[in-house]
Design a binder for this molecule. Structure first.
Ligand SMILES: Cc1cc2nc3c(=O)[nH]c(=O)nc-3n(C[C@H](O)[C@H](O)[C@H](O)COP(=O)(O)OP(=O)(O)OC[C@H]3O[C@@H](n4cnc5c(N)ncnc54)[C@H](O)[C@@H]3O)c2cc1C
Length: 372
């Protein structure tokens, strides 16, 4: 359908993958969590994968694709879970992980290549005393640009808000898709033109982010007698601006026992709250737990818990993934609650639909309000 042969001949030694099986495999993302998307996206694949090693190569690739009118789908780690990086009309899957590396880091800020993996970025920053403010639960595979183009928030959002909140993305450099591609620098509110646009209006090539001080986070799992008492605690913790936290993730029974990797750590019938807490304000957090009738179930350094993965791989999108390992037919109905009358609306929804399955609640800040 497209002039793929002519395209390949026109891009010199830019790496390509032409093997059909490999292309089909890499044309998928994690849409299989949804039975509806499984059906809608079956068989969709690119014709070719192209992996430019720098912006100059990318620019050349875009120029040739525009000339030959071949669709381009940008892709980072391919962890999107709603089919955002699946080529719907064939064409070229652009593997952008080659655009990596830190360009500069100073004064609590970093500028890096858009294809840099989020865990590698944090690993490079930590010895300098800094960490990325917000990362998704897919940190070990997802790229900075994939998170900005396709994601919304995650670990750190209970302190800093969502990616779209002011100040969380400083600047983006992007390449336009046109006969002579232009490099554009977007700063301030202009970054919103590209954030969460799924790569439909250009390709992000560089990202500038503010950083946070790196803490030795503790993964603390707490137990509460029921969902509503756990929710009251979680909402209070979210509002305590002085307590340093990176995650507040509530899992009503029996969700924790459905996560095989937890190995029965959470006693049956208990609602668990997975948190990440920083040592300097730990005493204040512990007081809050006691005041709300919570008990300590486990407390480990980040990534060192007996459940074989960092605790954030049991929260956000990973919560369902853990459950599906042993309950493949289970899925989620996802909702976001308005900030007004939060405790009451959570209780009302729990009363009305709680019989259908356990509630799982991630608490974060959005537009300055605590939102689940
Ligand atoms: C189990 C699971 C858990 C998840 N948890 C979270 C979470 O906690 N928070 C969250 O926000 N999301 C989450 N997600 C969704 C997704 O993993 C994240 O948004 C992730 O950051 C995407 O990064 P990626 O590099 O894998 O992007 P990809 O999947 O490769 O791409 C995502 C989107 O960005 C576009 N894109 C990629 N690179 C570029 C670029 N350079 N320029 C322009 N567009 C580009 C793609 O076309 C696609 O539309 C989860 C997904 C799964 C499967």
């Amino acid at each position: 359908m497209y002039a793929i042969g002519e395209f390949v001949a026109s891009i010199g030694d830019v790496p390509v993958i032409e093997d059909g099986a490999e292309i089909r495999l890499r044309s998928r993302d994690n849409f299989a969590v949804s039975p509806l998307l499984r059906k809608a996206l079956a068989g969709k694949a690119a014709d070719l994968i192209v992996a430019p090693r720098d912006v100059a190569e990318l620019r050349h690739v875009v120029r040739q694709a525009v000339r030959l009118r071949i669709p381009l789908v940008p892709r980072g780690g391919g962890t999107a879970n709603y089919g955002q990086s699946v080529p719907l009309a064939g064409g070229i899957l652009l593997d952008l992980r080659g655009l990596d590396g830190i360009i500069w880091q100073r004064d609590g800020a970093v500028r890096c290549g858009s294809g840099m993996r989020m865990d590698l970025l944090d690993a490079a920053l930590r010895p300098r005393g800094w960490e990325v403010r917000i990362h998704p639960s897919t940190r070990k595979a997802s790229t900075v640009a994939g998170f900005i183009a396709g994601g919304s928030g995650g670990m750190g959002s209970c302190g800093f808000g969502m990616l779209r909140d002011r100040g969380n993305i400083t600047a983006l450099q992007m390449l336009s898709i046109e006969a002579e591609p232009r490099s554009l620098e977007l700063r301030g509110r202009d970054v919103e033109l590209v954030h969460h646009a799924y790569g439909t209006n250009g390709i992000i090539t560089e990202v500038e982010l503010p950083l946070a001080p790196a803490w030795d986070w503790r993964e603390v799992i707490l137990g509460f007698p029921d969902y509503l008492s756990a929710t009251r605690f979680g909402l209070r913790l979210a509002k305590e601006a002085g307590i340093l936290k990176k995650l507040i993730s509530i899992h009503e029974a029996p969700a924790p026992s459905m996560m095989r990797a937890l190995g029965g750590l959470v006693p049956a019938g208990m609602t668990a709250v997975f948190t990440m807490l920083a040592p300097p304000t730990r005493d204040a957090a512990d007081d809050l737990v006691a005041e709300h009738g919570g008990t300590l179930i486990s407390d480990h350094a980040e990534g060192a818990g007996p459940y074989g993965a960092p605790i954030y791989e049991f929260a956000y999108g990973h919560g369902l993934r853990q459950i599906q390992k042993s309950h493949p037919q289970t899925t989620v109905l996802q909702g976001m609650f308005p900030a007004e009358g939060l405790a009451e609306s959570l209780a009302r929804v729990h009363r009305r639909v709680g019989h259908a399955g356990p509630m799982r609640t991630e608490l974060f800040l959005s537009d300055g309000e605590v939102v689940p």
